[in-house]
Design a protein around this ligand. Structure first.
Ligand code: HEC
Length: 93
């Protein structure tokens, strides 16, 4: 449990200071590569505009369904999704 907390704190710090500029292209890359292996991004598009907690939850659920993504990648993709407005491309293409 303590370890988990540390990992999340660390990811938060990295997200804030380390690779802020990289979250967006990486998040997009992951989304376009991994999320479409089971369903189209249309379903993701419909839910854009929701808060970070929603996306963390969804991305975790997708991992339980068999999506292969590291904890770090999941954090990147959740953050990216939480930052998009409804109708955003390329998710809603
Ligand atoms: C291993 C297959 C698989 C992968 C990969 C996958 N999903 Fe899903 N997803 C599903 C299935 C199956 C559903 C159908 C509804 C359910 O069971 O929740 C779903 C439903 C959803 C929903 C509908 C809302 C909801 O709460 O159910 C959203 C949003 C979603 N996925 C987003 C994503 C995102 C974002 C990714 C990539 C990070 C992703 N999915 C990757 C299988 C997958």
């Amino acid at each position: 449990m303590r370890f988990c907390v540390c990992v999340f704190v660390l990811l938060g710090i990295l997200g804030l200071f380390g690779c802020q500029g990289e979250t967006q292209p990486r998040g997009q890359e992951l989304l376009m590569a991994k999320c479409v292996s089971c369903h189209s991004n249309q379903i993701t598009c419909l839910n854009l505009g929701k808060d970070p907690a929603y996306w963390e939850n969804v991305v975790d659920r997708m991992a339980h369904k068999g999506m292969e993504m590291t904890t770090e990648e999941r954090a990147v993709v959740s953050e990216y999704l939480a930052g998009l407005d409804s109708g955003a491309e390329p998710v809603c293409q």
